[in-house]
Write a protein of this length. Structure first.
Length: 233
């Protein structure tokens, strides 16, 4: 199997498991703590953060972004090529959709059920901008400072925390946002609310790109070389 295909498969599988963790733990939390939304959110955030650590550790040697915004910034920084970025984003979106279907089925729900959980308003959109900006700073700051072996723990910890300090509970991921429109459960988001979240995430991604370039101005030679190799594969 070629490297580009292996990367796409890794992103598909990783994003699917990530969404299973987000949606599945949300359903479980709402059933275990139906009268305490704060406790349910704690359970949801801890499960998501822990799953992220495990998935990134397992798949990082191949590809472990699980997030179109991260992939687009990698492309903008010259770390990956255009065709690779397109294939990874497609794999992330499809993997996320599968993850929601699997989570719904595991808990005896319809495979697909449009969410009725509306999430709108400037405060929530600002929360998504901040959540995504912070995620990119954590990801690329950790990698570019030569500590790529710690990125799984940094990202898992950040997302678990951002569930609590952002008004939007930190979706910070267009693929996960799209996937969460298909579950009418604790973790769901109404389809009509998704575009606002995705636009805010893309805005956060653009700001994150600028901040990464400001704080870490030089692109690593090995990253540029990796991008060159992708053109030949």
């Amino acid at each position: 199997m070629s490297l580009p295909l292996r990367r796409a498969v890794a992103e598909f599988v990783g994003t699917a498991f990530l969404v299973v963790a987000v949606v599945g733990s949300g359903i479980m939390a709402s059933r275990l703590s139906p009268a305490d939304p704060g406790l349910a959110l704690l359970e949801n955030s801890l499960a998501t953060g822990a799953a992220l650590v495990a998935l990134i550790v397992a798949l990082q040697p191949i590809s472990a972004s699980f997030n179109p915004v991260v992939t687009l910034v990698e492309r903008a920084l010259g770390v990956i090529g255009t065709m690779t970025a397109v294939s990874l984003v497609a794999a992330q979106i499809l993997g996320g959709l599968l993850g929601t279907v699997l989570a719904n089925l595991m808990f005896g729900l319809d495979a697909v059920s449009a969410s009725g959980h509306e999430r709108n308003g400037p405060g929530l959109w600002l929360g998504e901008v901040i959540a995504t900006l912070g995620l990119l700073l954590v990801v690329f700051g950790t990698v570019r400072s030569g500590r790529a072996d710690r990125v799984a723990f940094a990202v898992g910890g950040y997302i678990a925390g951002a569930y609590w300090f952002t008004s939007s509970t930190s979706f910070a991921n267009p693929a996960v946002t799209i996937a969460r429109t298909l579950t009418d459960t604790f973790a769901g988001i109404a389809p009509a609310s998704a575009p606002g979240f995705i636009l805010a995430q893309l805005a956060g991604g653009a700001l994150g790109f600028l901040l990464v370039r400001l704080l870490y101005p030089s692109i690593a030679t090995r990253a540029a070389a990796a991008a060159d190799r992708e053109v030949l594969l």
